[in-house]
Design a protein around this ligand. Structure first.
Ligand SMILES: *Cc1c(COP(=O)(O)O)cnc(C)c1O
Length: 396
């Protein structure tokens, strides 16, 4: 019997515990497991021997995430970047990667500052045009790395078209599904081989736990990534796995409300005279609104905004807002405001930032689960209090 998403979120990988009947998977806070006898020579290895290699709380999380993404295997990591790192560690010097150009700043840094030193080469291209993917592929290309919607410009990549172009050349496709979540987008069904998550964001969802994950369907790919996971050790602790499992139980409810709130705020801001641009895939004004509608079942909780007055205006707004702390991260219950140029994308060189369109006047909003009228009222009062005419009044 196949269950719907909300049921899987609560049940997959989490049977009632055999010993006591506990309905919640316990936190197996142990590093090691006593073994009955020597393995080998006809004796199968034990299910658990050491927590870096396997832990029941982590396995519950891994099985759960696999079910939500529609893959057979999940692997949990200590952060989203630890998961990204593991994928790249499965490559070798001389291998080439084609990737979306406006991807998460930390992934860009991992590519250009770490793996480039070990001889992995990267081409960062505009993947919103699938024909660019075919053009960028070289004989040494092993991986296509896509992020959709992208961070922070919310560009949409046609995942099915790009996967097809890569598959024709036997290249593996990774999709960073952190922004969309499996509630709104299932990359494996669109042809991807590996789904990556920073579970720090919507999956954890409460701004209180770091984590990362990879989900795959192909067993050989799983085995190679599982080998890296154990050999390099970027695994999450059992307590962190528990917190993520707890977050996932309400993932569908939360993500739908994040998206509802975000659409209302995007519409409010787009109509506001003190706002220059709102980039949100749910708005008809988004250049890829139709693709977003086709590829995802919702538009998510993240938008980017440019206010009249640029960086000075942003400084003033930060001082006025009560419900929108200036903070890194996204996807949690609490609304957050972030300035990509100096925060999440500070590790991208200024010239590269300009090339891909991350201006100094751009603000990213992660819309939380507060009452949406309160969130809008707060933005409204801050925009009103920081009108350029008023700022001059205050100054004079
Ligand atoms: C945050 C983020 C990451 C990195 O995850 P961490 O958990 O912070 O290491 C990767 N990709 C995207 C899209 C992110 O937002």
């Amino acid at each position: 019997m196949s269950y719907h998403f909300e049921t899987l979120a609560i049940h997959a990988g989490q049977p009632n515990e055999a010993l006591t009947g506990a309905v919640v998977t316990p936190i197996y806070q142990t590093t090691t497991f006593a073994q009955d006898e020597l393995a080998g020579l006809g004796v199968a290895p034990p299910a658990y021997c050491y927590t870096r290699s396997g832990n029941p709380t982590r396995e519950a999380l891994e099985a759960n995430l696999a079910a939500l993404e529609g893959g057979r295997f999940g692997l949990a990591f200590s952060s989203g970047l630890a998961a990204a790192n593991a994928v790249l560690q499965a490559l070798s010097a001389g291998d080439h990667v084609v990737a979306s150009q406006d991807l998460y700043g930390g992934c860009y840094r991992l590519f250009t500052k770490i793996f480039a030193r070990f001889g992995v080469r990267f081409s960062l291209i505009d993947t919103t045009r699938p024909q660019n993917v075919a053009k960028a592929i070289e004989p040494a290309t092993k991986l296509l790395w896509l992020e959709s919607p992208s961070n922070p410009l919310l560009k949409i990549t046609d995942l099915a078209a790009c996967s097809e172009a890569a598959k024709a050349r036997r290249i593996k496709v990774l999709v960073d599904n952190t922004f969309a979540t499996p509630v709104h987008q299932r990359p494996l069904a669109l042809g991807a081989d590996i789904v990556l998550h920073s579970t720090t964001k919507y999956i954890g969802g409460h701004c209180d736990v770091l984590g990362g994950a990879l989900i795959v369907d192909d067993e050989a790919t799983y085995e190679s990534l599982k080998f890296v996971q154990n050999a390099t050790g970027g695994v999450p602790g059992p307590q962190d796995c528990f917190l993520q499992l707890r977050g996932i139980k309400t993932l569908a409810l939360r993500v739908r409300r994040h998206a509802e709130n975000a659409l209302a705020i995007a519409e409010f801001l787009e109509a506001h005279s003190e706002v220059e641009t709102v980039i949100y895939p749910g708005l008809a004004s988004h250049p890829q609104h139709e693709l977003a509608q086709r590829q995802t079942s919702g538009f998510g909780g993240i938008m980017s905004v440019e206010f009249v007055g640029g960086v000075e205006r942003i400084r003033a707004l930060i001082g006025q807002l009560k419900l929108w702390p200036l903070a890194e991260s996204l996807g949690g219950v609490k609304s957050l405001l972030c300035h990509p140029a100096t925060m999440t994308h500070a590790s991208v060189e200024p010239a590269e930032r300009r090339r891909i369109g991350i201006g100094d006047g751009l603000v990213r909003l992660s819309v939380g689960l507060e009452n949406v009228e309160d969130l809008i009222d707060d933005l409204d009062q801050a925009l009103e209090a920081t009108r350029s005419s008023r700022l001059q009044e205050v100054a004079s």
